[in-house]
Design a protein around this ligand. Structure first.
Ligand code: ADP
Ligand code: MG
Length: 699
């Protein structure tokens, strides 16, 4: 159980004073994709920048378009005439110059009270020059001397979502800080002293109440402290799971090749060298009496699914069962549909289990599973549920695609007696990061692509040329091509993104004909999404407008064109994954990156790399490098996937320390029973890596 000490941090943000149900929902959206947000989520939502109100120039010296705070006397009020839409203007001055303060739709009483004629006030905001006059539209702050004295030197600025204001986040964060319990220290004294690190609580305080703009940089002791904590939690959880895995003896699973060989000979192509190698490695693991924990890495289209099927067939030959879990419904279904004919041809009984099955159907599947009448079960995380019992699960394949949740997924290994686990990922991960995400796992890599793939012609164009693009598509479609049209998820507000995709869908339907265009986005009902995907898969629709939901692993070989709208808003890795949707068949494929000019340096570099290479490993390295260049990106692209506080482009140097610490703990106190061990348990719960603690008890 979670230590009671942490309970306040896992209380709902909506339970904070001043956060009502409506604002609470906005916090849920901002912090946890709509799940109830907790104080810990709020506190881990660090400010991305700060407003420095300590800059106090005289009016004549004040620069434009930057936050300034100046002292001035109120000399004149010019309220608008009744029923006029003109703004309320207030003239203020110091002995070097004057400024007009502009208030649109102003509450007159408020303006009169905030800026009494003849009084001195401190005014903070951005100055601009309009018609030769200095003006400030809606000052951020109008303060008297007493209020100025209470103003923090730097105001933290947070990522927001539509409808939520900076003040809301600032206030709620203050309230959350007040509830932060004193936590036991889990880091070594020597580490703390050497790096001059504050405590966990102090670190959060320093980041949310920055003393200067510099205090917000990712290399301050406070940021390092939090990044180290998160990396340590992750490394420790991985080490614990790895140890647990090693401890259990495996059961050798040895096939005789009668199924796998038949599948293999029925394929219209030869396996690539990498595929053969990976299969040999996996079969050796299955056959050994140690438990397998292996990562199968390979770019989209490198043929991982086939490796999974052929190795699952080995388990079936041994008279045992295999399971494959995909991150989404669409993918589970697609895996199932693609494996079904190959399985049927050789008599392997394969079934699909998702959260959307009807009860009767589901019960039938569950019964057949425990009776051993199903050999391979494919599904979503629904296969974790307790009701799902196998007769003899030997081997579990976890298709992570682009998620990084290996911690949780290993739970599938609990569904049988020392189950062998293969984690598949389509995100090429630079060597340095494999350890970070997956710990000390064995790795098979599919570096080669199946032969016969033509290079994808990648082009970049300004979005203004969209009409030409559409005309080109029209020609392509008449010759039988199918097209993905990707609209970006950019707004913090998913509704707006969906609206943008829907608008584009309407446009394209008008141009290409209603029946020819489909739409998928994250807010659609599962069945509608499937229907749209299927229509495209069966070549009923020619154009599929999508938000990034198609990023994950969808396979339509006939689709040879992908248009990515506002390509500049995507990260490099994401662009690469999207492009991987085409170039899957034998036809020549094209990727059109539509961007809005002007591009920043990083945006230019990304597009250049996309045009230069299709090698996912190279792209992953470049992506990491570009992230390190410190561009301020939207929250979706910043940081490191799977981590909330650590940003590996900055904090990768802490990894060895985190790993060594985790390993020392595993040697000295593997059950986490000492004082420090207990503190480390708290750490695991704090970062929600507690599955590892549960294993301690089970093991
Ligand atoms: P991944 O899962 O790595 O994205 P898939 O297993 O989905 O890749 O394979 C992509 C496509 O390539 C599929 O249509 C598959 O049938 C085909 N394929 C797989 N291996 C080979 C191979 N060795 N030669 C030719 N085509 C292959
Ligand atoms: Mg696949």
């Amino acid at each position: 159980m979670r230590p009671a000490l942490l309970n306040p941090l896992f209380a709902a943000v909506s339970s904070l004073p001043g956060v009502g149900p409506k604002t609470g929902k906005l916090f849920d959206r901002l912090l946890r994709d709509g799940e109830p947000a907790r104080l810990v989520d709020l506190l881990f939502h660090l400010p991305h920048s700060g407003i420095d109100r300590s800059f106090r120039p005289r009016i004549s010296e004040a620069p434009r378009d930057q936050i300034v705070t100046f002292e001035a006397v109120v000399v004149e009020h010019r309220p608008p005439k009744a029923h006029s839409k003109a703004p309320y203007r207030v003239l203020v001055e110091d002995d070097t110059g004057d400024v007009q303060l502009i208030f649109f739709l102003a509450n007159h009483q408020w303006v009169e009270r905030a800026l009494p004629l003849g009084e001195t006030r401190w005014i903070s905001g951005k100055l601009e020059l309009y018609d030769g006059h200095l003006q400030m539209v809606h000052p951020d702050r109008v303060l008297d001397a007493a209020a100025l004295a209470r103003l923090p030197p730097v105001e933290p600025v947070y990522g927001l979502t539509e409808g939520l204001y900076l003040r809301n986040v600032q206030k709620a964060t203050e309230a959350a800080l007040a509830k932060l319990p004193d936590l036991p220290e889990w880091l070594d004294d020597s580490v703390l002293a050497l790096r001059k690190l504050p405590t966990f609580g102090q670190a959060l305080g320093e980041l949310h109440r920055p003393a200067s703009i510099k205090a917000l940089e990712p290399t301050t002791p406070a940021r390092v402290r939090l990044a180290l904590d998160e990396l340590l939690a992750s490394q420790l959880a991985l080490a614990m799971m790895r140890a647990q895995f090693r401890e259990q003896r495996g059961r050798p699973t040895i096939g005789d090749g009668r199924l796998a060989d038949r599948i293999q000979t029925s394929l219209p192509f030869d396996l690539t060298g990498s595929q053969k190698e990976a299969i040999v490695e996996i079969r050796a693991d299955l056959a050994s009496d140690k438990r397998m924990l292996r990562l199968l890495q390979g770019d989209v289209g490198s043929g991982k699914t086939l490796v999974a099927l052929l190795s699952m067939a080995t388990a079936v030959e041994a008279g045992r069962q295999a399971a494959m879990m995909a991150p989404t419904e669409i993918l589970a279904r697609q895996h199932f549909e693609r494996m079904l004919p190959m399985c049927e041809a050789v008599g392997i009984r394969i079934a699909l289990l998702t959260g959307r099955d009807k009860t009767a159907e589901r019960n039938r599947t569950l019964k057949a599973l425990i009776a051993g009448e199903i050999d391979i079960l494919v599904g979503t995380h629904a296969i974790f549920q307790e009701a799902v019992q196998f007769r003899d699960l030997a081997y579990a394949v976890v298709d992570e695609q682009h998620r990084f949740g290996v911690h949780q997924r290993l739970a599938l290994g609990e569904k049988g007696e020392s189950v062998d686990v293969l984690v598949m990922t389509a995100t090429p991960i630079p060597r340095t990061l494999v350890l970070t995400y997956f710990g000390d796992m064995d790795v098979s890599t599919l570096r080669e692509k199946p032969p016969g793939r033509q290079p994808i012609d990648t082009r970049a164009m300004q979005i203004e040329r969209i009409d030409e693009v559409v005309a080109g598509l029209q020609r392509a479609i008449t010759t039988g091509a199918q097209v993905y049209w990707v609209c970006p998820l950019v707004e913090e507000n998913e509704d707006l993104d969906v609206a943008a995709a829907t608008d584009r869908y309407d446009d394209l339907r008008r141009i290409f004909g209603e029946q020819n265009v489909g739409l998928v986005h994250g807010k659609m009902k599962g069945r509608d999404k499937d229907a749209a995907m299927e229509a495209f898969q069966h070549n009923e629709t020619k154009v599929l407008v999508a938000t990034t939901v198609i990023e994950v692993g969808v396979d339509v070989p006939n689709a040879t064109i992908i248009v990515i709208e506002h390509a500049e808003r995507f990260g490099l890795a994401q662009l690469h994954q999207l492009r991987g949707r085409v170039g899957r068949g034998s036809g020549k494929s094209t990727c059109l990156l539509l961007y809005k000019a002007p591009l920043g340096e990083v945006g230019k570099a990304r597009i250049a790399i996309m045009r230069e290479t299709e090698d996912g490993f190279r792209i992953a390295e470049e992506d990491l490098r570009l992230r390190g260049e410190g561009e301020i990106l939207g929250t979706r692209q910043s940081g490191t996937p799977g981590f909330r506080l650590a940003d590996l482009s900055v904090h990768a140097g802490l990894l060895p320390l985190a790993r060594d610490t985790a390993q020392a703990v595993m040697r000295e106190d593997p059950a986490l029973e000492s004082e420090r061990g207990k503190a480390l348990r708290t750490l695991l719960y704090l970062f929600e890596r507690e599955e590892a603690v549960r294993l301690l008890r089970a093991g």
